[in-house]
Every structure is written in C-alpha cells, then in structure tokens.
Design a protein around this ligand. Structure first.
Ligand code: FAD
Length: 507
C-alpha cells in the first residue's frame, strides 16, 4: 500500500479562499510580518474574481442610491491602484448615450460631475458631452440617440490581479495552496485546527473566511456553526461576442428595468457584454448563464446598436455570484439597489478570531485587506500598519519602468510586437522570467496556437500554480477565445505529458 506522509504545519493566519480578497489579505498580512497560509479549493481566481466586469471604478450607479461613501472610497482606490499598477490597470472611456424616456440628461450630467469631483481623477480625462450625429458613432448606434456623455474609469484583468497578489505574497513567504479545500475548522487546545482535502492539517492562531459567495456555506459546513449575516446569492453573467464596433470606448446602455448594461472592447476581436442579475439557487459549483440571461443581454445590444446579434454570435459566457448582504431581513431591495460595500464580521471566541468577509468589489480589495488585517491587531502583539499603499508590485514597479520597457523591446526585437505587447500586458516585468535567453521565435519551443508557446506554459506551470489547460486558457490568459478546440485539446495533452514527467518541466 502507498505510504503517505500527512503534515501539520503551524501558521499565524490561515486564509480560506484564493480570490481577489483572500490573496489581497495574504499580501497585506505577510507584508506586516505574519506567517500566512492561503488555501483555495480550486484554481486561484476560479470563482467570482475571474467573472467580474473587470472595472476599477467608483460605481456611477451607486450614486443613484446615495452610496457616496462607497463611491468615494472606491474612487480613491482607483487612483491608488492605477499608480501602483501602471500599465496593468488601464484607463477606459465610457459612452453614455441618451434617449427620451431615460434618466434625464441634466441628471446624468450632474451625476457625472459629482463622480469626477468625489474622488481624484489623476491622469483620467474628465466627463465630456458627445454628439452621435455625422461622426464615428453614427454607424454604431441606432438613430434614437442624438447626444450623450463620455466619462473615465479603469479596467483590469481581474484573474491576473489575483495572481499578482498571490505571487507577491508568496515571494515574501506566504504559503499559497491552490486545489486544497478546507474541510473543517475547529478551536482546539488554544489554536485553530484545520483539516484539508489532501489529508494535511494546519494549526493557526487566526482565520479569515474569504470564500466570497461560499461565506455562509463555509461557516455551516466547515465550522459547523451559524452564519453571522444572511446573504442573497445573485448571479451576474456576461456574454462575449464578435467585436460590435471599431471604437476604443465602452458603452453603457440604460435598460427599461432601471439596470445598465456595459459593452466593453475585449481581447482585440471581441466585445464583452454584461451583466445580469439573477437569483442563484443551484449549487455554487455550477455557475452558468441561463438562456434567459443570454437573451436579455442580446436584446439590450440589439435595441441600441445597429449591428444585430444572434444567439449563434455568443462565443463564450461566464458568470459569477455576488453574496449580497442586507442590514435587515425585512428590507428586500431589487438586487441592483443593494450596496456593493463590504462588511467584516468578527467572531473572537476563546481569543482565537475568525473574520468572515461579506461582499466587496475588485476595486476595493486592497482597502478590504487593510481593514481585515487591522482587526487582527489585538491578537498579534506588535502587528504594524499596512504597507500596501507604498510597496510596489515587482511586475509593475514604476521605478525605472520606462528604461526597462525600452530595454525589453530592444532585447526581444526579433519576436513579433503583438506577442511582446500581450506578455507586457499580462506579466509586466515578469515576462523576463520566461524569455531569458530567447533570441527568436524558435527558442520559444512548441506553439499551441494563438501565439501561446511552450516557454510561457512551462513558466505558468512552475511559477503560477497552473495545473490544467483551463487555468492557462481562461484565467492566466484568455487565449482560449482565440484557439480552436483541437488546439486547446493539444495543450491539455501536452501538459498532462509534462506532469507525468515532472522532472522535465522545470525552467
Ligand atoms: C457579475 C459580477 C460583476 C462584477 N463586476 C465588478 C466590477 O466590474 N468591478 C468591481 O470592482 N467588482 C465587481 N464585482 C465584484 C467582485 O467580482 C467581487 O467582489 C470579488 O471578486 C469577490 O472576491 P472574493 O475573493 O471575495 O471571492 P471569490 O473570488 O469568489 O473567491 C472566493 C474563493 O474561495 C474559494 N473557496 C470557497 N470555499 C472554500 C473552501 N472550503 N476551501 C478553500 N477555498 C474555498 C472559492 O473556490 C473561491 O475561489 C462583480 C461581481 C460579479 C458577480
């Protein structure tokens, strides 16, 4: 019989959940000197944090519900993150077309004026009035739009942001364990004793439950306890369709039900359309767009754009679930009116704390992490203040960035510019890690399709916790969109072969 050596390691803090919040907390806590372990049941960012609309924004629509505090705090984070991650978080212009029967134009202008002034714009362009007649918008929008407004926000590859948090945390000592589910957590003999799906166990002084939509499921199943807040699970879906228009801007389409739909230029040849709000009643293991949601998004586009979309134009869909919490069980607001702010619920029994993270946004993950780790101060003597405002991410260190960029292009001049740009967008300075010694395309090894080469895949397998082709094609990159099914299968078989000969896949 095979002998297995199960281990029990001891940490200060165990974080459950490898989404943007869990990895953000891991980075913050490790930077403050805590010994941290993070367990994620699947791939990093495999749940909500790869299924968002990917906006780094204040949330214009939250102004309508009077959530000024959330909007201001998110706008401050937008500025901070754009400075910390230059080139990774990109500015994006949003066109808000106006037609009769919508929120009045003066109200939209007022809202956008407030939006531009509530937080710092930094290098972003301010709001401007736009006409849609006899210009580049005329072939795109239907005739019922004559004028509108254009404003700025930020855009990020959400799944890669999670990876950068995890990489930074790991670099300074955090133990990051994907594909490792926490199956039980109990207080025993002066510490938390945690059981993992691989048979290992962990001892820790404190826990953070950053399981996103699984927050209450974790409390019930792993802690065998009662949830501290009630949440409503609401699914949001996106569809990816062939490019709707040849403009750089995103559009915001106002819907008759009071909601808004974004259309965002995506992966060069596509447009991302979303999102929906549907009550999610099935398992959290299966989060998929329903036909009803797909039809809703297609109708939203077809109502306002000249280009007509059919069901067969939908090339990919993805969905995520928000755990919306309400302060009062009686208050049953429409999902789009419930606050997107977060709440941290602390249970400090036996001086062994667990913090449950409820809600949040990609945009505010850093602030959420600061607040979470601050709550641990009474339990760890000498735990200092957060350093995430000033410590740069190695891949996007702004110091000497221009010089590095120039050298990068010079060094790899024989490789196609489109490839160099994709790597820079996805990996920043880490591109050097897998390009070391590469002179021309033939040094990149086997090509799997769509500009994905062996070098990059080996790097992802050895340095970014990748185990399946899904991780490569839909989270570390979005090259799945550009490949045929035969190419995708080819990648999976190659990766399996490499894993069987694990000694060979070191860089
Ligand atoms: C449709 C949609 C659009 C959105 N758009 C935006 C946007 O444009 N901008 C913005 O700022 N925010 C947006 N958000 C919000 C944002 O996506 C979420 O707030 C954020 O991703 C939540 O991250 P998280 O880490 O809390 O949760 P998740 O990313 O869901 O991570 C939780 C992780 O915990 C893991 N887990 C669960 N149980 C266990 C266990 N027992 N053991 C180990 N691991 C476990 C899960 O596998 C999961 O990976 C959007 C949300 C949705 C749903």
């Amino acid at each position: 019989m095979e002998q297995t050596n199960k281990t029990t390691k001891t940490y200060d803090l165990l974080i459950i959940g490898g989404g943007v919040n869990g990895t953000g907390i891991a980075r913050d806590a490790t930077l403050r000197g805590l010994k941290v372990c993070l367990c994620e049941q699947g791939d990093l960012a495999s749940a909500t944090s790869s299924a968002s609309t990917k906006l780094i924004h204040g949330g214009l629509r939250y102004l309508e519900f009077g959530d000024f505090k959330l909007v201001r705090s998110a706008l401050l984070e937008r500025k901070l993150l754009m400075n910390l991650l230059p080139g990774f978080i990109k500015p994006l212009r949003f066109v808000l077309p106006f037609k009769k029967g919508m929120r009045p134009l003066w109200l939209l202008r007022l809202g956008l004026w407030v939006y531009d002034h509530l937080g710092p714009l930094g290098d972003l362009l301010p709001t401007a009035k736009r006409s849609f007649q006899n210009n580049e918008f005329s072939p795109v929008l239907k005739d019922h739009f004559i004028e509108g407004l254009e404003y700025s926000d930020g855009w990020v590859d959400d799944a890669r942001l999670v990876i950068f948090n995890a990489l930074e945390a790991a670099q300074i000592g955090a133990d990051i364990r994907p594909n490792c589910k926490v199956t039980s957590a109990k207080r025993e003999d002066g510490h938390w004793l945690i059981a993992l799906s691989n048979g290992d166990s962990i001892k820790a002084k404190a826990l953070v439950n950053a399981t996103g939509p699984f927050v209450n499921q974790f409390i019930k199943e792993a802690e065998n306890s009662e949830p501290l807040r009630s949440v409503r699970l609401v699914r949001g879906s996106h569809i990816v369709v062939p490019k709707l228009y040849d403009l750089e801007q995103a559009f915001i389409l106002q819907q008759d039900d009071g909601r808004i739909i974004f259309t965002i230029p995506y992966e060069k040849f596509f447009t991302l359309v979303g999102t929906t709000e549907a009550s999610h009643v099935s398992s959290l293991k299966k989060v998929e767009a329903s036909e009803e949601e797909i039809t809703y998004l297609l109708n939203a586009v077809n109502r306002d754009f000249r280009k007509h979309l059919k069901r067969s134009d939908v090339g990919w869909t993805f969905s995520g679930v928000r755990p919306l919490f309400e302060n009062s069980a009686k208050e049953k607001k429409a999902a789009h009116k419930v606050s997107r702010d977060y709440e941290l619920a602390v249970d400090k029994a036996a001086d062994l704390p667990v913090i449950h993270v409820y809600g949040g946004k990609i945009t505010t993950f850093r602030k959420l992490a600061v607040d979470t780790v601050d709550l641990l101060k009474p339990f760890f003597t000498g735990l200092g203040s957060s350093r995430t405002k000033e410590v740069p991410y190695a891949a996007f260190d702004p110091v000497g960035h221009e010089e590095w960029l120039k050298e990068f292009h010079e060094q790899y001049v024989l490789l196609p510019l489109s490839l160099r740009n994709r790597w820079l967008n996805s990996y920043g300075r880490r591109s050097d890690w897998f390009l070391k010694g590469v002179k021309s395309k033939k040094d990149l090894g086997k090509e799997f399709g769509a500009g994905l080469f062996e070098r990059e895949v080996r790097y992802l397998m050895t340095h970014e916790w990748v185990t399946t082709s899904e991780d490569v094609l839909w989270r570390r990159t979005k090259l799945g969109l550009h490949m045929t099914s035969t190419q995708r299968e080819g990648l999976q078989s190659w990766m399996q072969e490499q894993q069987e000969r694990s000694d060979l896949y070191q860089l």
